[in-house]
Design a protein around this ligand. Sequence first.
Ligand code: GLU
Length: 309
Amino acid sequence: MGLNQITIGRFAPSPTGPLHFGSLLAALASYLEAKTKQGKWLVRMEDLDKPREVLGAASHILRTLEQFGFEWDGEVVYQSQRSELYQEALTQLEKKSLIYRCKCSRKEIADSYNHKPVHQAPAHHGIDGLIYPGTCRHLNITEMPFSSRIKVSNQPISFNDAVQGIITQNLATQLGDFVLKRADGLFAYQLAVVVDDQAQGVTQIVRGADLLDSTPRQIYLQHQLNYPTPTYAHIPVASNVAGEKLSKQTLAPAITSEQASSWLIKALDFLGQTPPAALASCSHTEILSWAKAHWQLAKVPKQRSIVLA
Ligand code: GLU
């Protein structure tokens, strides 16, 4: 990052339901980390996966952010309107001969392992399900539909996460070639997030640790597209006693703006900021001002998840 470069952070929710405590944590931490550096804070709606979108969720999330006192810079960007950008990046990678067409279904990937004698079968579970064995790498698929995969290389990718420390992954042995455009024509999150963060000039990414394992894929794409790599800070995610991440899928309660103050205090507490008891009687605006004056990323617990009390 250049000396005079302004800090740009962002919050990138997927509109699959109302804002919940897990997404409030990511919003708050990314906001405070940008604002305490006099930076900008952008909001991007990750609505690429239309089948998973819940009608009205995007505007509900934005309204809730406003009611909590968050102010974003510039216009909200919607991924659903940016397919040309993703296609351009894919074409750039195709020109480097890094992309191939794949027709494997999940079942075929699983079956490709079942046919190998047990003693030859590699440990085939990686960081994100089955490791893709590269079946279609050398086939010349012509019939539709097909997905587009990027070839990965067999070398470690490391980065120093500001909360979680040094993370290293070898995409070839832990993941395999991964999909950038699905057979149904949708661009994958991994590609869209990298293209958008670059297009929006994002310099620092603060988000939930459930995305820690995606980061080496994103860094790999940045390298291949000649983009700079932003800084990363992955905050712990809130989980239930069963160890499941609190999400729309595990039916986390929607947070309501009537109790904005207590949700903000709970979030600051979760993030290790030790808000004083006296804040409990303050307005959400006063709590956010306190948070801006006292925020310290170094106090965030260095854990991937914390059970919500
Ligand atoms: N849209 C993703 C989510 O809601 C977050 C993506 C990111 O912050 O990189 O989980």
